[in-house]
Write a protein that binds this ligand. Sequence first.
Ligand SMILES: Cc1cc2nc3c(=O)[nH]c(=O)nc-3n(C[C@H](O)[C@H](O)[C@H](O)COP(=O)(O)OP(=O)(O)OC[C@H]3O[C@@H](n4cnc5c(N)ncnc54)[C@H](O)[C@@H]3O)c2cc1C
Length: 378
Amino acid sequence: MPEVTPLPLKQLTTLRTGGVPARMVDAHTADELVGALQDVWARGDDWFVLGGGSNLFVGDEPFDGTVIRILTTGIETLASPHPGHVRVRVQAGHNWDDFVAWTVASGLAGIEAMSGIPGTVGAAPVQNVGAYGQEIVQTLVEVELIDEGDDRARPVPAADLGLGFRTSVLKHHYGDIATRRAVIVSVTLELEMVGPAERVVQGQQLRSALGLDAGDAVSIQWIRDHVRATRARKGMVLDDTDPDTYSAGSFFQNAVVSAAFARTLPADCPRWPVAPDPNPVRVIPLDEFDGTVPPIVTSEPDVKVSSGWLIEQAGIRKGFHLPRSRAGLSTKHALALTNRGDATAGELSELARYIRGRVSAEFGLELHPEPVLIGVDL
Ligand SMILES: Cc1cc2nc3c(=O)[nH]c(=O)nc-3n(C[C@H](O)[C@H](O)[C@H](O)COP(=O)(O)OP(=O)(O)OC[C@H]3O[C@@H](n4cnc5c(N)ncnc54)[C@H](O)[C@@H]3O)c2cc1C
């Protein structure tokens, strides 16, 4: 068993908080990962798996359990049943952005707009990572996954993962527990073989982020380079020399509210309709079916509103910090809470609570944290 001397979690998380856990195991192969999980389940230890630590907010008290670091790597190309496409299976610990770079260099389209997102491939489905209108759900075929207590990993189709806006059945949301406690061992995506050709860019969100007009054609390498540059300007690409990147990305999710509630917000608050279910299905049990099919009732779609805008309009500007606190908002992005230098989880929590309180008092809306919280109460 590759048990190692535990490292402080502040060295392994991008928000740079967290003490030394009781145990740490490094899994370099899929077999080691499955073995390490079975061992902690047999011991009855508290546990969690760690990828790049870029979506975690860990408390100051040492974690009294086992942290399993997923350090597996590897990319395999598989045949696709769809002409012009290829399937790619990637080990969970593979660095996400290295993988995106590999797909782009191989002329494979489908994830290039998610260039620069930190972390590992195995964690990407956990919150259905996305950027500029592209999300992993659009290309994900299946994962190999081991459920807690199981003896081996099994293939699970993407449709069974409950993937939605920054969520899946695997995500441990604040104030909740994950619906399915399981670990992804590998991820299979289906990508389109496009080569270096310039193509018209689909997606208004991506075009407007990159300053493109409808009909403009660029290569996937161009998209990757410009997405990374755009993200870097917002402190959204990890950079050891830039404290604006000592964060967990967006700390608060954009809020999804009813259309009626959205109408109570100031008209200039940026908002996007959340697409209604295009195929609403109502199942009528056979013994209740009287021969008539009732009309499908569709309600007004919910609305996603910009939490960054709400924070700034509540009077909290980029760069804000509480007096004497080493935690502050990024100077480039109102949604990123950052560690300005040895801030404790306590200092970051205090800032998060302050922001939530101000937004709630101003707009009557609760902001929800996006990272997974371990040993932290907001
Ligand atoms: C600067 C910055 C920018 C970011 N930008 C974006 C963005 O644009 N879009 C976006 O969606 N996210 C963004 N994020 C958040 C983060 O990068 C993603 O959520 C990423 O997928 C997390 O990967 P990780 O390996 O670091 O996960 P970790 O932080 O290590 O883990 C996160 C959670 O997933 C669990 N987990 C990890 N690996 C597995 C696995 N193999 N199986 C099951 N559970 C697992 C962990 O136990 C934990 O609960 C950003 C973060 C930062 C710091």
